[in-house]
Design a protein. Structure first.
Length: 362
């Protein structure tokens, strides 16, 4: 049966007016009920007549991902393991921050694939292999689960403020579903996220990169993690198929809005990419791309991890070298260190507890 979450607003409008023969405004009503009021059944849509609700129930359904597990950190970071309709599981994370006024606001990290084909050696998801792309409804369904958990029912004053596509999977390898999700996020009367509140993070996949920029639907972050092609090949073998030099050329022609900058994500791995030499090499990389900045991320090792976290001394020394060279670099505070908050960790732990090999079909 058709899942309403899988329809964009134009698709929903076509179905309502064409297949059902209903007025166009009914599509907008359904859209608002599904995405703003978070209705899980057509019976909740009280401004739609009972006969129409009954007809809708015969031909469609509203299916959210199921919450399989929840972990909450001492800093309130909350991780969900979600079960999709076919039994596959993905993760999404809620990350808190506090405004100057003392109000708590949330950022959600979203997944786009079940597993990941990039095989990054520092990422738990990379050990799973790739199962399939997530659909638009599954991607956006993560947001419904999070908003319901937060009690975020006032679209005019949302507490879920920002979305980052940095969860399981490489977003640009699922570009069609990503693009449909981004367009739906921007629709009035629905989730209504402006592009400046959305960031898409990629390992550097050339396919879809320019189209993402031309769409203006989100900001761009690039998971760099190594300042040379040689080191990228060692720690990011999938991403390194696209040479670093070619990636930087592409980024230099990436369409940017006024005051928009490309963000480089750089995960500091103890003794691997966190030394003075790598910092100086990174300066050259960043200088080669116009309008860019760096987020330094401290590695959060999981059980049996190949790498270790860098020392505080090396973190600060690395940052200082960048700032001394005039490079904007921000150390991102690690959240959820007392839970399985890093990408893929909760799913791997759950599968081990259930006696599954990580990445094995559910």
């Amino acid at each position: 049966m058709l899942n309403i979450l899988e329809m964009t607003l134009p698709e929903l409008t076509q179905w309502v007016t064409g297949d059902l023969g209903l007025p166009k405004f009914r599509a907008q009503q359904i859209w608002q009920w599904v995405w703003q009021r978070m209705a899980r059944s057509f019976d909740e849509m009280t401004n739609i007549s009972k006969p129409v609700r009954e007809e809708l129930s015969k031909k469609a359904q509203i299916v959210w991902p199921e919450v399989d597990k929840i972990q909450t950190s001492s800093d309130s970071t909350t991780k969900f393991l979600l079960r999709l309709g076919d039994g596959e599981r993905v993760e999404t994370v809620l990350i808190p921050s506090t405004s100057r006024e003392g109000n708590v606001r949330w950022t959600q990290c979203l997944s786009t694939q079940v597993g990941c084909p990039m095989h990054c050696t520092f990422c738990s998801t990379g050990t799973m292999g790739f199962t399939r792309n997530m659909t638009m409804g599954e991607i956006l369904g993560q947001i419904l689960v999070a908003r319901d958990y937060l009690g975020d029912t006032r679209p005019q004053w949302p507490v879920l403020r920002n979305l980052v596509f940095m969860g399981m999977g490489e977003p640009l390898l699922n570009f069609e579903n990503l693009k449909r999700a981004l367009k739906s996020l921007n629709e009035d009367g629905g989730l209504n996220f402006s592009p400046r509140r959305i960031t898409v993070s990629t390992c550097g996949i050339e396919k879809g990169l320019r189209e993402l920029g031309e769409s203006g639907l989100a900001f761009l972050a690039v998971s760099l993690h190594a300042p040379t092609q040689e080191l990228r090949q060692k720690i990011m073998p999938g991403a390194a198929k696209w040479p670093l030099e070619e990636l930087l050329k592409t980024l230099n022609s990436y369409p940017l809005k006024t005051r928009e900058r490309i963000t480089f994500e750089y995960l500091l791995l103890g003794g691997v990419n966190d030394g003075p030499e790598q910092a100086r090499q990174l300066i050259n990389v960043v200088r080669s791309v116009r309008k860019s900045k760096i987020n330094l991320i401290v590695y959060n090792p999981s059980e049996g991890a190949l790498y270790k976290a860098p020392t505080q001394q090396r973190i600060l020394a690395f940052e200082k070298i960048l700032w001394d060279a005039g490079i904007t670099a921000v150390i991102r505070k690690s959240k959820g260190q007392d839970i399985d908050a890093a990408c893929g960790q909760l799913k791997v732990r759950a599968e081990k507890e259930e006696g599954q090999t990580p990445g094995e079909p559910a």
